[in-house]
Design a protein around this ligand. Structure first.
Ligand code: GAL
Length: 675
């Protein structure tokens, strides 16, 4: 299968979405001049160009795109060509209203924005296939073409009639007959039993709480229906260019697609990432998304398809990035496995909904700070990128995450509406990030044997296979640290007898779960040595369990807050951040996870990729990092002897002098052999 490495050829790609159709042609020449200055190696074309390519039904206007493709080739810039199918032209919705999606109230989502396509509309699919076919046929052999980008950020839910029929077909395939569906949906509750397939609906507006299993299946179905759209276009371009990789860009930590299933269908996994510069936790959040994307790519290099050079325009208040932050976050992505770092978009628009969204080339032009920083970054990536491109990011810890559990768990009618799957992932990943413990993500049923420690922040629903995978992990000598409200339901969202699955209770040494005790937003619960938030549990331990920390005071006084049975730990509250970090560090040390570089000042992130050590300083005050031995900083060309001073948003890419690439040692610890 073609891969990102076929495109990068040993470099880290740099570039962005390029929308030349918004500009007169003379500007294109200025664009390439400045792209060359910024060492841009790749652009993504055509993402929203359907109306320009097919201004009337069946018409084709490729001339402008021919000229852009030629221009890119002339200047040695590779093109990731997008199928424009995320924004159908106005004529399609006008002539075929059934191509427009409907929300749960039946309201139509019209053209005039983007993403207004009904995924199960036969006409939409036919028209999308036709334009894709013609694009692929026309540019298959164009020398600028390096990769295909299908659609853009698939995310549209549709509750309309064709989607309803498709949902029924999907359900028939899953359940075969209505009585199996009724059983899986628990339809006896509130008398929802179906007597005909025609009665089955998407979870449209209801008076009161919806059937949770129906909602879960609708999310599964929507992810699959969108994936059918993706695969239809994928297959078309694949047939024309079997040698070129195909991707579609994910949104970061986005609920709407089963990211494991989808990633398996991509040659290159790519993501769009827009942390808020004002958010103190932005660097940690970015690290999470980067680790997840790398893991979706099976550890292979991945592509940061979009980031913002400066502010976005879709938050309430849109903050620019202080000088240096764009560089820091870009190198962070490279440190965590990206071999392509790109932006939305090359040139900031003057019109349209995103005219206040930054570009690599902002309204301030080539003398503006944004472009000056972009130019510097491009030069650095050109120089240092080849030292790191293609190298793996080793990790001995896996964090388990599953979209289906997210869909099942985050619904109405739960013990606490404050429980947020993504926020819990963030809290636990942040604890690992602060301990500088590198981690991959994994699906609960993946082979976990390569990891010394498995961390389960919160997986409300677990299948039998996943549960057996976890127990097998501990039997094989691994460590499992598991967060609360996990293993509560099976794959159909049916509560497991006893409230937590019996195999998990045995694994962790829980005799009985008496009750969940969720906490209010401002409530804290005292535990030995720390306070907990969000959640607590009334648990009885069995004789095999050791209480690591008990609740103190209140109703749960003396009951276990954290307990373990050998290498299996269970954490029944959300410890405050430092306590969670210390707990994971302790479990990792016991598990034999290679210790991270020690003595790192707070806010300094250390990541190993291949034979290099990246130091990324997320703070503003100068700090000194002790670094035994002599190192060579590839960015400055300087030798680092014993310690390195890092100023605001500093980045260092270090190779230990005394050792050849691939055997970097930090504070005396050898990295594990790379897979
Ligand atoms: C992404 C999208 C881009 C642009 C960007 C703005 O969601 O793919 O086209 O809209 O957001 O941040």
């Amino acid at each position: 299968m073609p891969s990102l490495q076929d495109v990068t050829r040993g470099r880290v790609l740099f570039g962005g979405d390029y929308n030349p159709e918004q500009w007169p042609e003379e500007v294109w020449h200025d664009d390439v001049r400045l792209m060359k200055q910024a060492r841009v190696t790749t652009v993504t074309l055509g993402v929203f160009s359907w109306a320009k390519l097919e201004p009337r039904r069946g018409a084709r206007e490729f001339g402008w795109l021919d000229r852009v493709m030629d221009l890119m080739h002339e200047h040695g810039i590779g093109v990731v060509l997008a199928t424009p199918t995320s924004s159908p032209p106005p004529w399609l919705g006008r002539l075929h209203p059934e191509t427009l999606p409907r929300d749960e109230d039946g309201h139509v989502e019209h053209w005039g924005s983007r993403q207004h396509f009904a995924h199960s509309s036969a006409v939409y699919r036919r028209c999308a296939a036709a334009i894709t076919e013609d694009l692929a046929a026309r540019y298959a052999h164009h020398p600028a073409l390096t990769m295909w980008h299908i659609n853009n950020e698939y995310c549209t839910y549709d509750y309309g009639d064709e989607a309803t029929n498709a949902f029924r077909r999907w359900l028939r395939e899953r359940y075969g007959d209505l009585s199996t569906l009724n059983s899986a949906w628990g339809a006896d509750f509130w008398g929802q039993v179906y007597d005909t397939w025609e009665g089955v609906l998407p979870p449209r507006r209801t008076h009161y709480t919806k059937n949770p299993a129906q909602v879960l299946d609708f999310k599964r179905f929507t992810s699959d229906a969108l994936m059918e759209c993706y695969l239809a276009e994928h297959d078309i371009v694949r047939a024309h260019t079997p040698h070129l990789p195909v991707t579609t860009n994910f949104m970061p930590l986005w609920q709407g697609q089963d990211g494991w299933k989808w990633a398996a269908q991509e040659d290159v996994v790519s993501v769009d990432l827009y942390p808020d510069p004002k958010d103190a936790g932005a660097g940690q959040y970015a690290a999470l998304v980067q680790d997840l994307t790398r893991s979706q790519a099976g550890g292979d290099p991945w592509m940061l398809m979009e980031q913002a050079a400066e502010p976005v325009n879709w938050r309430g208040v849109n903050h620019p990035k202080p000088a240096g932050l764009n560089r820091l976050w870009t190198w962070q992505a490279v440190a965590r496995g990206a071999d392509a770092v790109c932006y939305f978009q090359w040139r900031q628009s003057r019109q349209g909904a995103e005219k206040f969204h930054s570009g690599m080339l902002s309204h301030a032009g080539e003398d503006g700070r944004t472009f000056r920083e972009v130019r510097q970054l491009g030069a650095e990536l050109a120089a240092v990128g080849p030292e790191v491109a293609g190298a793996p990011v080793p990790a001995e810890i896996a964090v388990l995450h599953d979209w289906e559990s997210w869909w099942a768990g985050q619904q109405e009618g739960r013990p606490s509406s404050l429980l947020d799957h993504a926020e819990l992932l963030r809290a636990w990943h942040r604890a690992l990030w602060e301990a500088n413990l590198p981690a991959d993500f994994a699906h609960p049923a993946h082979d976990l044997s390569a990891y010394r420690m498995v961390v389960v922040p919160h997986l409300y629903a677990l299948t039998d296979t996943a549960i057996e995978n976890l127990t097998a992990c501990v039997r094989a000598g691994g460590t499992v640290v598991c967060g609360f409200f996990t293993g509560v339901a099976d794959g159909d969202d049916r509560v497991r007898p006893g409230g937590i699955d019996a195999r998990l209770r045995a694994l962790f040494g829980i005799r009985t779960l008496h009750e969940w005790w969720p906490l209010d937003a401002d409530e804290r619960v005292d535990c030995d040595g720390f306070t907990g938030t969000l959640w607590s549990e009334e648990l009885a331990a069995d004789d095999e369990a050791v209480t690591v920390a008990a609740y103190r005071g209140g109703e749960l006084d003396g009951l276990p807050a954290v307990l373990r049975r050998g290498r299996a730990w269970y954490v029944s509250t959300l410890p405050e951040p430092d306590a969670l970090r210390d707990l994971l560090r302790r479990a990792a040390t016991e598990a034999g996870v290679r210790p991270p570089p020690a003595d790192l000042p707070r806010g300094v992130e250390a990541v190993r990729r291949g034979g290099l050590l990246f130091l990324l300083h997320h703070g503003r005050d100068e700090v000194t990092v002790p670094l035994p031995g002599r190192h060579h900083d590839l960015l400055t060309g300087e030798t680092v002897d014993g310690a390195i001073a890092l100023g605001r948003y500093a980045v260092a890419v270090l190779r230990e002098d005394a050792h050849p690439a691939g055997s970097l040692r930090v504070r005396g610890h050898q990295p594990p052999p790379l897979e």
